[in-house]
Design a protein around this ligand. Structure first.
Ligand code: AMP
Ligand code: GLY
Length: 419
C-alpha cells in the first residue's frame, strides 16, 4: 500500500524508517518531510495546515494510509476531516485530541475518573488567582490551556511570579487560549509511557526518558527535548502495573464514556516518585525525540499495528522489542530554544545504512545536493547497542564527526541512568 507520513521532524523521519521495513509498503511519502525523509521517501511539499490541499494531494498520489506525526493537525481535526472523505488515517479525532489540546479538559478528566495527577485549579481572573494561590505551596506550576509549543508551562518559585505569569496568560499572551490553570509542583523523575489503543484494547508501545532542558545536568531553558533513551529504567513492572490500572485504563474507558473514543497513540508524561506514578500531561502522538528510540527498538510491523488499530482489532499480545537499549542525542542549532541561525551547511553525515544506527533528520533541507540546517532541532543521532553507555558513546562519536559550524548537543544524555 501507499503510505504518507505527515510532519517534518525527527519523529517523522523515524516513522518513515520503520514503515519502510514493512513488506506491506509499496510507496512511501512524507508531507512535507525534510532532507532525511527525502532519502527514503518522496517528499510532498505541502502546507500541512491546509487540509483541502492535503486531501487533493492524497488523491493525486493514490495514498491508502495517512499517519499523522505532530499534534497541531490532530488538535485541528485532520482525522475527522480525512475520515469524512473516506481516507484511512491514523490518529485521534478532534474531540479526543483535546487530551493534549486543552489542559483544562485533561485535568477535568483526571478529576472525574480519579487519575493520579497534580492538584490543580482553573483561574478566571486575577482576583480569583490571588485567592486560590493561598491553597498552594511554592513552587507553583502555571500552565496556559492550549497548545503553546512547549512554552505554556512555567515553574514559579514565588507566588508573585505566578501572579505575573497568570496575568499575562489571562490577557492573551498565547493566541490559542487565554484560559489558565495552576498546579501543585510534583517532585520525582519524569518518564514517558506510550500505548497504542483502538478505543477498547491497548498495547504498550514503549517507554522512554526524555531530557527537556537545553543544558547538561538538566539546566537552562525547556526545549522540545534534547535526547532520550529507551526503555525507561524507572518504569519497573510494579510501577507499570500502577500506570496501566490507575492511569491508562481509566483514561481509555473514561474517554469512551464521555463520547470521546480515543484511537491512536496515547503518550503519558509521568512523574514517578518512590514508585508512585502521577500523570503530568497527555500527548496524543509519539514524542519527539522519544519516537526515534522506539522505532529502532520495535520489531513488529508498524503498518500491521496501525491497520489493526484503525480497524479496532488490536489484540492484547505484547509487542516485540529488540533487547538492546537505544539512545538518541539531539543536535540543535546554537542558540536554540531562543534565537538561532538557519541555513548552515552540514557535511560528513553518516550514510544511515545500519538498522540499529540512524542519523535521523529534523530541521534539515536539501538544496543543490547539499544539506543545510533549517530549524532549532536539526539531527538526532540514534544508536542501539548492548548497553546505554556504549550506545551514547557511539551516538556522540557520529555527531562529533559531522562538520557544521552551528552544532550544539548535550554530552550527558542518560546521565541519571548511568549514575
Ligand atoms: P507539560 O507541557 O505539561 O508537559 O509541562 C512541561 C514540563 O514542565 C514537564 O515535562 C515537566 O518537566 C514540567 N511540569 C509540568 N507540570 C509539572 C508539575 N505539576 N510538577 C512538576 N513539573 C511539572
Ligand atoms: N519530547 C516531548 C514531546 O514530544 O512532547
Amino acid at each position: 500500500m501507499n503510505v504518507c507520513v505527515i510532519g517534518s521532524g525527527g519523529r517523522e523521519h523515524a516513522l518513515c524508517f520503520k514503515l519502510k521495513q514493512s513488506l506491506k509498503l509499496k510507496k512511501l511519502y512524507c508531507m512535507p518531510g525534510n532532507a532525511g525523509t527525502e532519502e527514503i521517501s518522496t517528499n510532498l511539499n505541502i502546507d500541512i495546515s491546509n487540509f483541502e490541499k492535503i486531501y487533493e494531494t492524497i488523491k493525486e498520489h493514490q495514498i491508502d494510509l495517512v499517519v499523522v506525526g505532530p499534534e497541531i493537525p490532530l488538535v485541528h481535526g485532520i482525522v475527522d476531516f480525512l475520515e469524512d472523505k473516506k481516507i484511512r488515517v491514523f490518529g485521534p479525532s478532534k474531540k479526543a485530541a483535546q487530551l493534549e489540546g486543552s489542559k483544562v479538559f485533561m485535568k477535568d478528566m483526571c478529576k472525574k475518573f480519579n487519575i493520579p495527577s497534580a492538584k490543580f485549579c482553573e483561574l478566571k481572573s486575577i482576583e480569583e488567582a490571588e485567592e486560590k494561590l493561598k491553597d498552594f505551596q511554592e513552587p507553583i506550576v502555571v500552565k496556559a490551556d492550549g497548545l503553546a509549543a512547549g512554552k505554556g508551562v512555567t515553574i514559579c518559585e514565588t507566588k508573585e511570579k505566578a501572579l505575573d505569569d497568570i496575568k499575562s496568560i489571562l490577557s492573551g499572551k498565547f493566541s490559542t487560549s487565554s484560559r489558565v490553570i495552576i498546579e501543585e509542583f510534583l517532585k520525582g523523575e519524569e518518564a514517558s509511557y506510550f500505548v497504542i489503543t483502538d478505543g477498547k484494547n491497548f498495547k504498550q508501545i514503549g517507554t522512554a526518558q526524555d531530557h527537556k532542558r537545553i543544558g547538561e545536568n538538566d539546566t537552562g531553558l525547556n526545549t522540545g527535548g534534547m535526547g532520550a533513551y529507551s526503555p525507561s529504567l524507572i518504569i519497573e513492572k510494579s510501577v507499570e502495573k500502577k500506570i496501566i490500572n490507575k492511569i491508562i485504563k481509566p483514561t481509555i474507558q473514561g474517554m469512551a464514556e464521555i463520547g470521546c473514543n480515543y484511537k491512536g497513540i496515547l503518550y503519558a508524561g509521568l512523574m514517578i516518585d518512590n514508585g508512585e506514578p502521577k500523570l503530568i500531561e497527555y500527548n496524543i502522538r509519539f514524542g519527539d525525540p522519544e519516537c526515534q528510540v522506539l522505532m529502532i527498538r520495535l520489531e513488529d510491523d508498524l503498518i500491521d499495528l496501525i491497520q489493526n488499530c484503525i480497524d479496532e482489532k488490536l489484540n492484547n499480545n505484547e509487542l516485540k522489542w529488540s533487547k538492546n537499549p537505544c539512545v538518541t542525542i539531539v543536535a540543535a542549532s546554537k542558540g536554540y530554544p531562543e534565537k538561532f541561525e538557519k541555513l548552515k551547511e552540514i557535511k560528513n553525515l553518516p550514510n544511515n545504512e545500519k538498522k540499529y544506527e540512524q542519523m535521523f533528520h529534523a530541521g534539515t533541507i536539501k538544496k543543490d545536493g547539499k544539506i543545510f540546517s533549517n530549524g532549532g532541532r536539526v539531527l538526532n543521532s540514534t544508536v542501539s547497542m548492548k548497553d546505554l553507555k556504549s550506545a551514547r558513546d557511539r551516538a556522540l562519536d557520529l555527531l562529533d564527526k559531522i562538520e557544521w559550524e552551528n552544532k550544539y548537543y548535550r554530552r550527558d544524555i542518560c546521565w541519571r541512568a548511568l549514575k
